[in-house]
Design a protein. Sequence first.
Length: 202
Amino acid sequence: MLTAVVTGSGESLEVTFLGEHQVVEALVAAEDKEVPENDLNPIAIEMKELAWGFGSFAVMALIFRYVLYPKLKKGMDERAAGVRRDREAAEALTASARDDVAGYEAQVASLRAEAQQRVEGARATLEAERAERLAAANAEIADRRGAAMAEVDAARVAAQDDVEAAVADVVATFAERATGRPVDQTVVRNAVRDTMGAEVAQ
């Protein structure tokens, strides 16, 4: 049975096919062979790895700078522009709402003033009508009072004439009985009228 033994130092590799007895001898020889110090340091920098790392970094930096960053910046600019547009729209909407509120308040104030004017006009009309009706009622009452006073005066005059006639008859009857002579009715009535008129005047 053949066994492949790989040996190498640095960038060179050596492959040897050995038999069973030769494998042990090859392993002992490999252990006795000296290895360079650079091959023993696990963190030693190799130019090839450094070049690949720097190249990868440069490629990623270029991709970020010319591909990803413009897209990111464009997205951020669009978002900032959208926020600015939304803020301007909100400010315009707020200003419009304030204008609408001011117009509504002006309309309410106008309606209140108009309603107050109508109330004042209705109140003035009612006061005028009330004063007119009151004046008419007072005039009617005065007319009725005057008519009543006239009726009372007429009734008083009529009653006074009747009373004077009755008193004159009674006085004439007593005078005729007292003197035994007839008495002039005109004289008796004048005397009764004068006496009753003086009492009424007092």
